[in-house]
Design a protein around this ligand. Structure first.
Ligand code: AMP
Length: 173
């Protein structure tokens, strides 16, 4: 994986958004067209292999990678958004954070029953967000056929919450 262009560009920002967190800043990857194209193509190849029929991106950096993947594959794109952002009828899932909870939502018509849905975010940390997305998709009668991430923080063991789902991460720390 060492040859991936994005790997050299991801920037470590210590103590953001709070003390003790090492933030993986992917902004420089977006500023480099070759690195972005490479990352999008690799995630798209995995989604194609998983026979995805729909791409779901998790707000907000999951949108940045999810939309070009959907376009590359000619697939529909749907959003999993933070609480209070979606205007139409929606399903809601809460998940635990280190302190407190977070909530994500999807429109009730974001995916079709029986559809194979591939979920994209920039980074897999504890897995809470990704697992909540799967619950939303499954409540709507669709299936998660795989997850695609640019980065996985393996020491946080997010995969534990995603047992049984194929996970493709381009870069692991
Ligand atoms: P989690 O639910 O813990 O897997 O968190 C995943 C979400 O939080 C993703 O949308 C990431 O963008 C963001 N995130 C969590 N930890 C980090 C980190 N160390 N650096 C950058 N983004 C992070």
């Amino acid at each position: 994986m060492g040859a991936l262009l994005a790997e050299r560009l991801i920037r470590d920002v210590p103590d953001f958004p709070k003390q003790g967190i090492l933030f993986k800043d992917i902004a420089p990857v977006l500023q480099n067209a070759a690195a972005l194209q490479e990352a999008v193509s690799l995630i798209a190849a995995d989604a194609r292999e998983k026979r995805a029929e729909c791409i779901v991106g998790i707000e907000s950096r999951g949108f940045v990678f999810g939309v070009p993947v959907a376009l590359e594959l000619g697939l529909p794109f749907s959003m999993a958004r933070k609480l209070g952002k979606l205007p139409f009828d929606r399903v809601t899932e809460e998940y635990a954070l280190e302190y407190g909870t977070n909530t994500i939502e999807m429109h009730v018509d974001a995916v079709d029953p029986g559809q194979r849905v591939y979920v994209i975010d920039d980074l897999l940390a504890t897995g809470g967000t990704a697992a909540a997305s799967a619950r939303l998709i499954e409540r709507l009668g669709a299936h998660v056929c795989g997850y695609g991430f640019l980065v996985e923080l393996t020491f946080l063991e997010g995969r534990k919450y995603l047992l049984g789902y194929p996970i493709h991460a381009l870069i692991s720390y």
